[in-house]
Design a protein around this ligand. Structure first.
Ligand SMILES: Nc1nc2c(c(=O)[nH]1)N[C@H]1C(S)=C(S)[C@@H](COP(=O)(O)OP(=O)(O)OC[C@H]3O[C@@H](n4cnc5c(=O)[nH]c(N)nc54)[C@H](O)[C@@H]3O)O[C@H]1N2
Ligand SMILES: Nc1nc2c(c(=O)[nH]1)N[C@H]1C(S)=C(S)[C@@H](COP(=O)(O)OP(=O)(O)OC[C@H]3O[C@@H](n4cnc5c(=O)[nH]c(N)nc54)[C@H](O)[C@@H]3O)O[C@H]1N2
Ligand code: SF4
Ligand SMILES: [Mo]
Length: 752
């Protein structure tokens, strides 16, 4: 018996709808997923699929995936039953908290959490139950600068403006390679198709990247600056916009909602194209041409990702991207960058000022790093474990993270975890990080988990509402990831690890609705909480929460008082419900203290001094002898550190090699293998010589280096590659966001 089932792909931010083939396995007597295709009727992805999504069956059936929990006994990780493992996890954490206090437990949230119901709807509650401020995540290895920049601009760090890909006349992509990554902090299925469509409708594509990537190869214009210099380049673009009178009249219609334009003009007036050109390695005339082409197109969307965030001036660069969008009249308007409105977003309220965005509400104990967005820098974890004294970290909980490989200087973190009192990992693999655990709690296969994009819908270039129920059932007594996290929460909060996991949801529902009914602008203002709760479906807790959020949300039925969405509508529409293109949302989204877009926030203006000193200092010696700047890259058939275990995704061009320009290779006498040395250590790595990279720059992908003992990754360990993060000692951060520098890392390269 074969059947098909629909499920949204959980492997990247594109959220493609998949159609899975499910077969009866005569050997086990159970059903299994045997293949995946794009769902042509999906309202968001229309059939698009990439090689990772196409290998979902292999991921689902990976024999190395853990099914039963592991606990450490006499130094070894051994299988046990679920009740024992969960009880042990909670007892171990409670003991550390009782002895050393709540802050002695750290929490690390990894990337796949953005794609799971457990990660988006339950992990935040787990952090609260732990009662710790030592919260770390992949965000400070990734997009935290964008969060900080948007926080300062609009008053809320989660309110991103994303490029209106379907309608723009000119897309400017800075430090991103969406042809391969499929897009990030912009949820758009079939990004490659959208770039082709842009070209077909006569639009322009500009790419700014030191490497001639697959995206750059499609571009009308490709600028290849020196890594780490985009903030300076964008300062000059802004200066040029003012200097040449290219700032849009009335800022394209939003001038009444913006303050600080004059401050930006004054503060950047010395940063001319001529001043920054030698630092950026881009001709002043090319910078002016860029400014003119952005201002001259009917609409332009400027979009930046990893190459603009994980750099020394990540927050400045992310801010300047939106400054350019705003000054050219491309902010909050079709074809420019716009604020998505997700199906679970609150019903729009009348505009009101907020408290604004602040950082540094607390600081890390050892280095005094400021808290940003409720988090401390991921690279600070090791020192917080190692350094004796009050408030020292003694235990760690990870959910879907592999920081030992994915963060700089992971070896040091690994050693710190080996001497930690207690480590709990919610993770399906025994890998570089989880091998240090005392308890591993593996979530079930993707096919056994429900899917709803509670976070990524907030970044989607078109609004849709889609839900995937689990495709395959769980074995009796086998908790899903929601239940694993919920039971940890209950165990930590005193209700007991054996309590009904649905209690967690009922508490959220009661608290949310109690607040909602007292808000005069809520669509359920003045109604009784009990009567609203009585209208929720008899269903698993996460579905009850989703029903509540949809119904009080922007497109909701306001609990039966208007036409609108309920969770039942999502269940009845397995290919999803289209809710239309993005629409202007100013001033409603603003939560700054002024109630305006604050274009010239003090922390950003203040950071320009650091940029000015770099303008004069940086660059010296780079290119001389063996000094190059290292950047990263992603492979189409790879996903950070954890998908090298699928045979379908190995081999071919998916190789952990160092890309170098022929001029550099010649000069240094390198033909096939190089030795690379950074502040954190050195590596020997095979070289690919290509003119697709700027001279003076080398590129090495991350997520490799699977040659450590004690893991259960039989495919990945066979072709381990090297770990680029071993080169990085993790000491250079963007101070405004606590994000570590991963791109533009100085290294010495020599023949091996
Ligand atoms: N040098 C360098 N380093 C980088 C980057 C770079 O460009 N260059 N990129 C950075 C970026 S952008 C990111 S996002 C980080 C990622 O850093 P992390 O999020 O720490 O690591 P990942 O490699 O994504 O590993 C994800 C972990 O989640 C587990 N997992 C997979 N699916 C699930 C699930 O459904 N539930 C649970 N509970 N666990 C699951 C996997 O087994 C794996 O252990 O890496 C960063 N590191
Ligand atoms: N296939 C695949 N898809 C993925 C992932 C994956 O591992 N594999 N990871 C996912 C994750 S977690 C994320 S965060 C996204 C990331 O998505 P992207 O940011 O689109 O992906 P990257 O390949 O990191 O692209 C960064 C680009 O910046 C360039 N760059 C480096 N330094 C600089 C600089 O200083 N200035 C400029 N202008 N450019 C620079 C690099 O050459 C590179 O081309 O991808 C996601 N999608
Ligand atoms: S682009 Fe690929 S990995 Fe990303 S959601 Fe679509 S199918 Fe999945
Ligand atoms: Mo990421």
């Amino acid at each position: 018996m074969t059947r098909t089932a629909l499920r949204i792909c959980p492997l990247c931010e594109a959220t493609c709808g998949l159609s899975l083939v499910v077969d009866h396995d005569h050997g086990t007597g159970q059903e299994r997923v045997t293949s995946a295709r794009g769902d042509s009727e999906d309202v968001f992805s229309h059939g698009y699929i990439c090689p990772k999504g196409a290998s979902l069956a292999q991921l689902d059936n990976d024999p190395d995936r853990l099914d039963r929990p592991l606990i450490r006994r006499d130094g070894r990780l051994v299988e046990t039953d679920w009740d024992s493992a969960l009880a042990l996890a909670v007892d171990g954490l409670n003991e550390v908290i009782a002895t050393h206090g709540g802050p002695s437990v750290g929490f690390y949230l990894g990337n796949p959490s953005a794609h799971t119901v457990a990660g988006t709807m339950y992990a935040p509650l787990l952090i609260r139950a732990l009662g710790t401020r030592n919260v770390f995540s992949a965000s400070t290895l990734d997009q935290m600068p964008k969060q900080a920049a948007t926080g300062y601009l609009v008053g809320h760090a989660g309110t991103f403006a994303v490029p209106d890909l379907d309608r723009t006349d000119h897309l400017v992509v800075i430090g991103a390679n969406p042809m391969v990554s499929n897009g990030s902090v912009t949820t758009a299925a079939d990004f490659p198709g959208k770039l082709t469509a842009l070209r077909r409708r006569g639009g322009r594509l500009t790419v700014i990247d030191p490497a001639r990537t697959r995206t750059a190869k499609l571009a009308d214009t490709h600028l290849a600056p020196r890594p780490g210099t985009d903030a300076a380049l964008l300062c000059a673009v802004v200066q040029c916009l003012f200097d040449e009178g290219l700032v849009a009249d009335d800022l394209g219609g939003i001038a009444a909602h913006v303050i600080g334009v004059e401050d930006v003009r004054r503060e950047l007036s010395d940063l001319t194209p001529e001043r920054v050109a030698p630092h950026c390695g881009v001709a002043a005339e090319d910078i002016r041409a860029l400014a003119r082409s952005i201002a001259g197109s009917p609409t332009t969307a400027v979009y930046g990702r990893m190459g603009t965030t994980t750099v020394e001036f990540g927050t400045l660069g992310s801010w300047l991207i939106d400054v350019v969008n705003i000054l050219t009249g491309n902010y909050d308007r079709p074809g420019g960058v716009m604020f998505p409105l997700a199906p679970t977003a609150p019903s729009p309220r009348p505009p009101r000022a907020g408290r604004g965005f602040r950082t540094g509400r607390w600081r890390s104990r050892v280095s005094g790093h400021a808290e940003v967005g409720g988090e401390l820098p991921a690279v600070a974890m090791a020192e917080e474990f190692e350094t004796p004294g009050d408030g020292r970290l003694r235990a760690l909980v990870t959910v879907s993270g592999n920081p030992v490989l994915s963060a700089p200087n992971g070896g040091r973190l690994g050693r710190a975890l080996d001497s930690a009192d207690f480590v709990v990992c919610v993770d399906p693999y025994l890998n570089e990080t989880t091998r240090h655990a005392h308890v591993i709690l593996p979530p079930p296969r993707p096919s056994q988990s429900p899917h709803f994009d509670a976070i990524l819908n907030n970044l989607a270039v078109r609004a849709t509402a889609r839900y995937s129920p689990p495709v395959l059932p769980l074995a009796a007594g086998r908790p899903d990831e929601i239940e694993i996290v919920a039971r940890l929460i209950l165990g930590l909060s005193g209700a007991g690890v054996g309590a009904d996991p649905g209690l967690v949801d009922e508490q959220v529902i009661a608290a949310t609705l109690s607040k909602e009914v007292t808000d005069p602008h809520s669509p359920v203002a003045g109604r009784s909480v009990e009567s609203l709760i009585a209208m929720l479906p008899e269903a698993p807790g996460h579905q009850r929460r989703l029903d509540m959020q949809l119904r009080i949300g922007a497109y909701g039925d306001a609990f039966g008082t208007r036409d609108g969405l309920t969770f039942a509508d999502l269940l009845a529409a397995p290919h999803g419900i289209d809710l239309g293109p993005m629409r202007p949302r100013l001033p409603g989204v603003l939560r700054t203290a002024s109630g305006k877009v604050e274009l010239a926030p003090d922390p950003l203006i203040g950071d320009l001094e650091r940029l000015r000193s770099a303008l004069d200092a940086r660059g010296e010696g780079v290119g001389a002898e063996g000094r190059l700047l290292l950047v990263g890259r992603r492979h189409l058939r790879s996903n950070n550190s954890w998908m090298h275990n699928l045979p379908a995704l190995t081999g071919g061009t998916n190789r952990c090699t160092l890309l170098m320009h022929p001029d550099d290779a010649d000069r240094l006498g390198i033909s096939d293998v190089a030795k690379v040395r950074g502040a954190g250590g050195s590596l020997t790595v095979p070289v690919e010589i290509t003119s697709d990279i700027r001279p003076g720059v080398a590129s090495l992908p991350h997520g490799w280096g699977h040659d450590v003992d004690g893991m259960q990754l039989s495919v990945a360990t066979a072709e381990p590659g090297v770990n680029v993060n071993d080169l990085n000692d993790g000491t250079v951060l963007d101070p405004l966001s606590g994000t570590v520098v991963l791109n533009g890392l100085p290294v010495e390269i020599a023949p091996a």
